[in-house]
Write a new protein. Structure first.
Length: 719
C-alpha cells in the first residue's frame, strides 16, 4: 500500500453517522475516476435471513473506488482485515474487473475518516455481499476508461480492449494509452448503471487463481502494525480497576498508596478508577496497591447447573420451519430417537487482546483500535465524550483475530475517556484475564430433538427445539415430510437475565451448536436403522449440492460402507453456513483409560460457489478445522455466578500443534455460482464429526460439548 494512499481525500468527514454526501464528496475530491456504490439491498436481504434487526444503509454510497493520476487503483471500504484474507481477495476482484495488475490495487480499509460507513466485518459477508458490488463498480470503471480511451485514441469503443492498466487498440496493439494518462487532470464521478456486465468465469485472469496473501511478508517479518504497536509522543499506559465478578458494585477504594508511586496518575470518576504511567508494568504494579471493596451479588448459577436455569428462563418459542404433520409422522415411525444436546460457554480467546490507543485534542478524538466495527466504535466514543460524530476518527490497523468477539468496544471507550481526562494519548490493552472477563461468550445452549424413521430407513418426522443458540444452522436440509423447528431466543444474545454475563457471536454463531445436535442425531438414526452413515444421509437427501459435497468427501476419504459403531473411529457430518455447503469425515483414536482423543485425519469438502483465492480459502478451511477441535474437545468457561474462574490458557485449553490431524481439503469447482462465505463453514461440522467418530470408535455417545477426557471416561463407565 502506498504512503500517499490518502492524498486528495481529506474531504471524508461525514455529515452524519452514515451518509456521505455525494455533493460534498465530489466538491473536495482530487483528480481521478471515482465509482461510488452501495451494498444496501444485499445487506438488507442478509439481515432478514439472519433474523437480526434491520438497519438502514446509505442510499447514495458506502464504498467507492478511485483510479488516480498515477494509475493506482484504490478501494475505500469500512471493512477490516482480521486474518480472513480479504485484503487480498477483494483486491483480486477489483484488479480482474479493471484489467489491472493486482499489485496496483490498494485496499484502504476501516478508517472512518477515509472510508464511507460500513456496518462491520462479520457473518462472512465481505466476499459474498460486498464483493459482487465491488466487481460491478470495477466493471463500470473499466467502461469509463474505454470511453476515455476512445476519445484519446480517436477510435470506437468496440475496437478497444483493456489489459495490464492500458486501453489498447485491438487491431494495433502498440496503439495504446495507460490508465494514468487517461485520468490525468480529470475528475469523473459515476455510480454503477447496471448496464455494464461483470466478467464471466472464462474471462478471469486473476480471480479463481491462488495468490500469496499480500500482508504475509509484513506479518512474517513483524512489520505489520496492530493497535498495540502504535506509539505516540507522551503516551500513557492505563490499567483499570476491575470488579471480581459481573454485577459487582464498588463500595470503597483506597487509592492513596497507588498515588505515591512516582510518575503515576490515578483517575477516579465514580466507580471508574484507572492508573496511568509511561511504562505499563509500573501502571500495573501501582494498580495492585489499590485497596478496593466490592459488593458481589450472590448467585447459585454455575457452569454445572446453567442448563437447568436456561430452560427455566427461556422465552416463548418461535416456529421457523414447519411442514407436514408431526403426529402422523410419529405414528408411522418404526423407530424413534429422542435426545438432548448441550454446549458450554466458549470464549473467543484471540491471539491479540482488545487494544486501543486514543488521542483527544480539544473537541476531536483519534483512536487506533482492534475492532471489527470501526463505525460503531466511532459512535460509541462520540457519545461517551459528548463530541459530534464527525469529530471522532477510528483507524483500524491489522486485527489479530476477532471471531465475532471484537464487535464489543469497551476498551476503545475507556481509552478515549482517559485521554480526554489526562490530555494525553492513552493505551488500554486488555490482559488475558480481562480478555476472558469481558468476553461476550458463545452462549451455553440446549437442543432437544425427537425424530423417527420408517422401516425403509427414511426419516419421516423431525421435531427440533433449540434454546439460546439461535436460528443459524437450525433448519435441516434433509428430505423429511413431517418436521417442525422451534427456536427459543432467536439469536445468540440472551434475553435479559438469562445469562450471568454477556454473550455474543462466535465464529459461525449458533451453527456449531445446531450442527452438532442435528448431525449427532442423524448418526444415531443411521445406527438405529442399521445403515452406513454416509448411505443413510444420501438416501435422505434430495439437495443435489449437498449430495455432491458428501460424495466428494467420502471419495477423498476412501470411505467403505459400514454399520456403526464399527470400532474404526470414523465419523461424518454435513452442514451449511454462509451459503457454503460442507461435509467432513474424521478418523479418531480414543484412549479408553485416559479418555483422551487424538483426531488423526480430517477430510473436508465444500462448495462455496466462485472461489476468488483458492489458496486463501484453503487456509480458512484449515483454520476452521483447527479452531473447531477446541470447541469440540476442550474449550469451556468455568464460572460461579458472575465470577469467571477461567482466566488464562492454563485453565482454558485451545488446540495445540500436537493435536493437529492430517487435514485434507477439497474445494468443489463451481465458478458459475455466486461466491459464498469461506471464513466459517468448515468449523460448523467439527463438533459433530468428532462426536460421531468417538461413537464409532468406542460405542459411547457424547451429548455435551466440549467432549473432555473426563466426560468420555464417565460415558465409558456407563457402558
Amino acid at each position: 500500500m502506498k504512503d500517499d494512499q490518502y492524498s486528495g481525500l481529506e474531504f471524508l468527514e461525514q455529515p452524519s453517522e452514515m451518509e456521505m454526501s455525494r455533493r460534498d464528496f465530489f466538491k473536495t475530491a482530487g483528480a481521478g475516476i471515482y465509482v461510488l456504490f452501495t451494498i444496501g439491498d444485499s445487506l438488507v436481504s442478509w439481515q432478514e435471513r439472519q433474523g437480526i434487526p434491520q438497519r438502514s444503509t446509505p442510499t447514495d454510497f458506502n464504498a467507492f473506488l478511485k483510479i488516480g493520476e498515477d494509475g493506482r487503483i484504490a478501494c475505500y471500504t469500512g471493512k477490516i482485515e482480521m486474518g480472513q484474507g480479504v485484503v487480498t481477495s477483494l483486491g483480486q476482484m477489483l484488479a480482474d474487473e479493471l484489467d489491472a495488475e493486482v499489485e496496483s490495487v490498494d485496499m484502504v480499509m476501516g478508517d472512518t475518516d477515509l472510508c464511507p460507513w460500513d456496518m462491520g466485518t462479520f457473518g462472512s459477508m465481505s466476499t459474498r455481499i460486498f464483493g459482487p458490488a465491488l466487481r460491478t463498480a470495477g466493471a463500470e470503471a473499466r467502461y469509463v476508461l474505454l470511453e476515455l480511451g476512445s476519445e484519446h485514441l480517436k477510435i470506437p469503443v468496440e475496437q478497444l480492449t483493456t489489459a495490464n492498466g492500458f486501453v489498447i487498440d485491438k487491431t494495433k496493439k502498440e496503439n495504446r494509452v495507460s490508465y494514468a494518462q487517461l485520468v490525468k487532470g480529470k475528475k469523473i464521478e459515476r455510480h454503477p448503471t447496471g448496464k455494464v456486465s461483470v466478467k464471466k468465469p472464462s474471462e478471469f485472469k486473476i480471480m479463481n487463481k491462488s495468490l500469496t496473501r499480500r500482508d504475509s511478508e509484513e506479518k512474517v517479518t513483524g512489520k505489520a502494525k496492530y493497535a498495540g504497536d502504535i506509539r505516540l509522543p507522551g503516551m500513557l499506559y492505563a490499567k483499570v480497576l476491575r470488579p471480581p465478578a459481573h454485577g459487582s458494585k464498588l463500595l470503597d477504594a483506597d487509592i492513596s498508596e497507588a498515588k505515591e508511586v512516582e510518575g503515576v496518575q490515578v483517575i477516579k470518576e465514580g466507580d471508574f478508577i484507572a492508573v496511568l504511567h509511561k511504562y505499563p508494568d509500573v501502571a500495573e504494579s501501582s494498580l495492585s496497591k489499590i485497596k478496593a471493596k466490592f459488593d458481589v451479588p450472590k448467585s447459585d448459577i454455575d457452569d454445572k447447573n446453567i442448563f437447568d436455569h436456561l430452560l427455566k428462563v427461556a422465552p416463548e418459542g418461535k416456529v421457523v420451519a414447519k411442514e407436514g404433520d408431526l403426529q402422523a409422522g410419529q405414528n408411522g415411525a418404526k423407530a424413534t430417537v429422542e435426545a438432548t444436546y448441550f454446549n458450554d460457554y466458549v470464549a473467543h480467546s484471540p491471539i491479540e487482546p482488545h487494544t486501543a490507543i486514543a488521542q483527544v485534542e480539544g473537541n476531536k478524538a483519534t483512536v487506533w483500535a482492534s475492532t471489527q466495527n470501526p463505525f460503531t466504535a466511532k459512535e460509541e466514543v462520540a457519545r461517551e465524550l459528548g463530541f459530534a460524530s464527525q469529530n471522532v476518527r477510528v483507524i483500524t490497523p491489522f486485527v489479530g483475530g476477532g471471531f465475532g468477539g471484537k464487535t464489543r468496544n469497551l476498551q476503545i471507550v475507556e481509552a478515549a475517556r482517559l485521554s480526554k481526562m489526562t490530555g494525553k494519548p492513552v493505551q488500554v490493552a486488555y490482559t488475558r484475564e480481562e480478555e476472558f472477563f469481558f468476553d461476550a461468550f458463545r452462549p451455553a445452549a440446549i437442543v432437544k430433538i425427537k425424530s423417527g424413521i420408517t422401516d425403509r430407513g427414511k426419516i419421516n418426522f423431525w421435531d427440533y427445539h433449540v434454546y439460546f443458540a439461535g436460528e443459524r444452522g437450525a433448519q435441516h436440509f434433509y428430505d423429511i415430510p413431517n418436521h417442525c423447528t422451534t427456536v427459543y431466543n432467536s439469536s445468540w444474545v440472551g434475553a435479559a437475565g438469562s445469562h450471568p454475563f454477556a454473550t455474543g457471536p462466535w465464529r459461525a454463531p449458533g451453527n456449531n451448536t445446531n450442527t452438532f445436535a442435528r448431525e449427532s442425531q442423524i448418526e444415531m438414526m443411521a445406527a438405529k436403522a442399521g445403515v452406513d452413515p454416509v448411505e443413510f444421509r444420501l438416501q435422505n437427501l434430495t439437495d443435489k449440492k449437498m449430495i455432491r459435497v458428501l460424495k466428494t468427501a467420502a471419495e477423498k476419504f476412501g470411505w467403505k460402507p459400514m454399520k456403526g459403531p464399527s470400532g474404526q473411529g470414523f465419523g461424518v457430518a454435513c452442514g451449511i453456513d454462509a451459503g457454503t455447503y460442507v461435509a467432513s469425515i474424521a478418523h479418531v483414536e480414543v484412549n479408553k483409560t485416559t479418555g483422551m482423543v487424538q483426531v488423526k485425519r480430517v477430510v473436508c469438502a465444500q462448495d462455496m460457489g466462485l472461489v476468488i483465492n483458492p489458496e486463501g480459502a484453503t487456509i480458512q478451511m484449515e483454520g476452521c478445522i483447527t479452531m473447531g477441535l477446541g470447541y469440540a474437545l476442550s474449550e469451556k468457561v468455568v464460572f460461579k455466578g458472575g465470577e469467571i474462574l477461567t482466566s488464562n490458557f492454563d485453565t482454558y485449553e485451545i488446540p495445540r500443534f500436537s493435536w493437529l490431524p492430517k487435514i485434507e481439503t477439497v474445494i468443489i469447482e463451481n465458478k458459475d455460482a455466486d461466491p459464498q462465505g469461506g471464513g466459517e463453514p468448515a468449523i460448523v461440522t467439527m463438533g459433530a464429526v468428532v462426536a460421531n467418530a468417538i461413537y464409532d470408535a468406542v460405542g459411547v455417545r457424547l451429548f455435551q460439548l466440549p467432549m473432555t477426557s473426563d466426560r468420555i471416561k464417565e460415558a465409558l463407565k456407563k457402558t
